[in-house]
Write a protein that binds this ligand. Sequence first.
Ligand code: ZN
Ligand code: ZN
Length: 170
Amino acid sequence: MTAVITIVNKSPVSRIFTNSFRGAKTFRSITKMSNCIFCKIISGDAPAEIFHQDDKMIIFKDIKPASKHHFLAVPKEHIPNVNSLSKNQIPLINDLIAKSKQVLADKGGNLDDTRLGFHLPPFNSVSHLHLHIISPVSEMSFISSFVFKPNSWWFTSVDQILEKLEKSKL
Ligand SMILES: [Zn+2]
Ligand SMILES: [Zn+2]
């Protein structure tokens, strides 16, 4: 795999006018991407504070935490983004959610004050599917609340994405 596109997103607002990445599905691949930072974390070639790991996923701390607890649950398979998902990956998403909640509970986080969701392309800073788990929501800054605003057109809640997948034909 040499053709790797990483959508770098420093300013969500400035990207509003450059939404030209709708074809991201084209880059779906089950292989590891050599210059994907999350694939490197999975292979041990990049550092991360890892909280959980099994054959399907890895959970590690977000490098720019938006609250006291902020981590990412990442499938080991290189799935570019939520638009690359199909109905048969619902169990994988449910596993990411369940394991993330377990890790948060183990760390003493309050599940009732927690946000779980995915960035939507092109607003995903890394083009490897990652579930954000942020808690407590009540301690997030104004800007973080904006960046992780549920069911905005740049961030989708897990409920919304599961509902969409249930309805999809594939
Ligand atoms: Zn990757
Ligand atoms: Zn993200």
